[in-house]
Design a protein around this ligand. Structure first.
Ligand code: ZN
Length: 181
């Protein structure tokens, strides 16, 4: 896997609408994929990235607001409190921002890259980013939250993104030991 071949998948790439697979057994391949995802996130100056955006089909996310890198496998939200509405961007939707209503505080469970359970309490922007990335694992993107008016505003930009040529989906990497989520 050459780093130069890696890029964040952009809207129109069918992998972004897939559902990620639950990881049953964590291997070195997952650890390698997580470090590739972190590299891509930093390279594109993002604060979070989901596996599907990097072409991996197993359920993994990376998040870093600048002070801590979270790598979470099979992340799931187990508690939600309050409401917030932030204008969100997405590395897979360059140039597009959508206001999204989400929980203000969440509790997230999953596994770290060694298979140890993690239990993370997050609020404000961090809670928002975790919810955004977990949406990606379900094939959901911020444009799905857009109001009718927002949809009209971003229609042309989306059409432009879709026109960029995408690699065929056979590139999607499945890591052994996974099953459907
Ligand atoms: Zn995104």
């Amino acid at each position: 896997m050459k780093e130069t071949e890696l890029k964040v998948r952009v809207f129109g790439d069918p992998i972004l609408r897939k559902k990620a697979k639950l990881v049953r057994k964590i291997t070195d391949e997952h650890r390698k994929a997580l470090s590739v995802m972190a590299q891509l996130m930093y390279r594109d100056a993002g604060i979070g990235l989901a596996s599907l955006q990097a072409g991996f089909t197993d359920a993994m996310i990376v998040v870093d607001l600048g002070n801590c890198l979270y790598k979470v496998i099979n992340p799931r939200i187990v508690e939600c409190k309050g409401r917030q509405c932030l204008s969100e961007g997405c590395l897979s939707l360059p140039g597009i921002n959508v206001k999204v209503k989400r929980a203000k505080k969440i509790r997230l469970k999953g596994l770290d890259e060694c298979g140890k359970p993690v239990n993370i309490a997050a609020e404000d922007l961090l809670a928002c980013v975790f919810q955004h990335e977990i949406d990606h694992l379900k094939g959901k993107m911020i444009i799905d939250y857009a109001s009718f008016l927002d949809k009209l505003k971003i229609k042309d930009k989306l059409a432009g993104l879709k026109q960029t040529r995408h690699k065929p989906d056979k590139d999607a990497k499945t890591i052994a030991g996974s099953t459907g989520l």
